[in-house]
Structure formats: C-alpha cells, structure tokens
Design a protein around this ligand. Sequence first.
Ligand code: TYD
Ligand code: MG
Length: 459
Amino acid sequence: MAKKRGTAYVCNECGSDYSKWQGQCSDCGAWNSLSELRIPGGSGRTSAGKGGYAGARSEVRLLKDIDLAKMPRIGSGMAELDRVLGGGLVPGSAVLLGGNPGAGKSTLLLQILCHLAQHLPALYITGEESLEQVAMRAQRLGLPMDKLQLFSETDVEAMVATAEQLKPGVLVIDSIQVCHLADVQSAPGSVSQVRECAALLTRFAKQTGTILVLVGHVTKDGTLAGPKVLEHMIDCSLMLEAGGDNRFRTLRGQKNRFGAVNELGIFAMGEQGLKEVKNPSAIFLSRTAEVNSGSLVMVVWEGTRPLLVELQALVDDCQGGHPRRVAVGADQNRLAMLLAVLHRHGGLQVGDQDVFINVVGGVKVFETGADLATLLAIVSSFRDRPLPRDMVVFGEVGLSGEIRPVPGGQERLKEAAKHGFRRAIVPRANMPKKAPAGMEVIGVEKLTAALAAIENQYT
Ligand code: TYD
Ligand code: MG
C-alpha cells in the first residue's frame, strides 16, 4: 500500500518522527502520543516553505574575515539575566525562556522590555493575556510604558507579518504553546505546531537580526513541552524556577551558544515584580542562632562565582526494611558512593541507618565540591554533635578516600571570609599561600585527616 505522501507522525512527548501511526512511541514509550504532521510541500509556507525568508543569500567566507562587530551584546538591563545569557542578548539569536506557570516569565520579560524599548524598538506579542492585563501589570510595577509595542495574537503568520512591518529589534512571544499555523493540522501546543511555529519565528529572527525570546511552559515532569524539537532550533535555553522558598526565583542556562551554561541568576519576586538578588549567599544562609548537628555551610561554585549554601544531614536508625538514602537538591548516586567511601576509608558504618541530606533554600547542587561537606555533615549528625557556626567546607572526595582540589579555591575562601566565616576545611591542594584575614584554613589530603580535623571542632 502506498504511503500517503506528505504525512508523518510525531510523538507529542519526545518529538520522534514515524512514517506510520503506532500506539506507542518506540523512543520514549509514551502511549497514544503520536499525532499526524503534514509535511508542507513546495507551496507550503511552514518550515520547508518559502515564507518569504528562504531567499536571503549567504556567501562562503573565511573565518577571519567575519565581522564580529556586527554581533554586539545588548544588555537587558538586568545584570543577573545578562550573566546567565553570557553577557547580554545577541541580535539574530533565539532565546527560550521556560518555567512553570507562575514562575514569573511574563513579569521578567515585561520588565526587561519596557526598559529595552527606551532605546531599541521592542514588540511584545501576547497570546495568553489580554492587552489590558499586560498594561495593568506594567502600570502597577511602575514601568515606563511609552515605547513598548504590544500585540495580542496567536497566529504565527500574522505575528511575522506584523514584525516585518514594525521591524522590532527585540521580539517576545508569550508563549510558544499558544502559537499556531493554519497549515499545521494539530492543536496548539502539540509538538508539530510548536516545531513549525518555532521554525518560522527563528528563521525570521536569524534573517532580520531580531532578538527573539520565546516563552515556553513546562510539562508535569519538569521538561519543556516539545523539548527535542526546540532544542536544536534555539541558541539559548533558560529555565526560571521557583526555589523552596517561593519568594526566590533561580534562572539557569541549559544550553547557550554564546556563553557558559550552569550560570545561575537569582531573583526575588515581590510587590515590585522581580528584583535581582545582588548578594545571593546571604539569602541561603539565614541560619538560626543555635546550630544543630548535621548542619554545615559549604561553598559551591555556580557558573562563575562562589555561593555559600547550608547543607543538612540527618542520620537515623532505620526502622526495618531497607535503609533509605534520600538526597534533596543533591545527587542520590553520589550520596550512595560517598557513604561507601565513608565506611571503607573513614571506618564509619551507617549501613543500618537512614541517611537524608537536604540543600537548604531549594538550591540544587550537583558539583563534586560538595562531597566533603556532605560527608562531614553526615558524621556530625551521626555523632549528634554540632559543628561550629563559623566553619565552611568544600572539596571533592575520591573513591580511595583522597580529598581532591576543586576549581576556584581562592574565591570560595574569599566569599566565606566576606560573610564572616572564621574556619575552613579544604583540600590540601586548594590551600592558599595566605589565608584570608581572620580565617583559619585547614588543608586535608585524606578523609581520615578531615575526620580528625572536625574532632577538635565540635562545639
Ligand atoms: P507571571 O509572570 O504571570 O508568571 P508566568 O508568566 O511565568 O506564568 O507571574 C505570576 C506570579 O508572580 C503570580 O503568581 C504573582 C506573582 N507576582 C508577584 O508576586 N508580584 C508581582 O509584582 C507580579 C507582577 C507577580
Ligand atoms: Mg505568563
């Protein structure tokens, strides 16, 4: 039987293509997730079609001849956002801003656009809120409202036509999930719609040098809807997340063609919208006057700067069944590995104990520099003896019980000293030539040495 031409089936969960319909996606295993996607023919106006932009010609040139001055960075007016972006917005680039509903994506973009619009034509296309709602929010936040152009639309062809006319320097689409193209059969938000809409918009951005920001919602399991199909189209993917305390928002880069990923920007949501948090260490360190056993401050490296974060461990007798190992905000497997190292090289048996660790403030730490702090917090809880309030710890622990150096040792110590910490246990190889003023730094090479060092420090 001849296959119907121009039709494919895409999985709405993972974006895999199939030529025939089937009940289950063989890639991600989701049931009944395939929907029909019409592949536009020669006359179509979607991704493979003319759309008006495919005509722009590019030429072959030497790498050294390419004019980099044409790629200026445009500051968004928020230093935290610029840092996550790797220095600012790049003309002709597409940025995806993801997050849960209520994370503050629309608020963040509205704040930035109102300020950017003062010196760069800006167009905000909203498909979710009415123009009045956006205007009311802008007024309440006291934003400059005179320059930003606002448009309520969900049809992508109409968006592109308007953008062609207005020639904005920065174009925001809120959100990609409500966008639709008449040529594509499936419902807005489905993988095929998202893919075709994003393709048309990013092509428009590339060829006109417009900064494009797409807002994307996150599905139940925490991924962006249609993740795979969007990933390769966009230059930069950012995720806005609410921390444990729902006042704070963290902005994290997941992919960035113009800078490093894993930079962390921190904002606070208040009456006046989102505000940058200039000194993030301070918010994660609101410790009580009395320090309990199992609590310890570690210095982790976030992108390009150190961050002081409190870590808590709880070791408790297991009440039957398998002992539990639970890591909140940290890596579960790494915890299991560290416990094995602790047993083998530290001589501490916790096989019959439940072990919980929690990174305070909803921060997620997946850096090996947290290893030593994790182990020492566990020991402190196991012995039920509090560690001093003014002590910080960082360092990686190897499988043979060695304490390995981590990047940025000097800066981590400086940050700790700045916040009034007076003692530090660090890898020997991270020992500074001169300790920060007023700080006692203990360098350790082996886990046994670290355990011995805290024996004298218990309060
Ligand atoms: P919003 O930007 O609409 O979220 P998103 O676009 O990501 O879905 O943010 C809405 C939330 O932010 C809402 O729960 C209320 C809160 N908020 C404040 O607390 N203060 C403010 O000034 C604003 C504008 C919003
Ligand atoms: Mg919104």
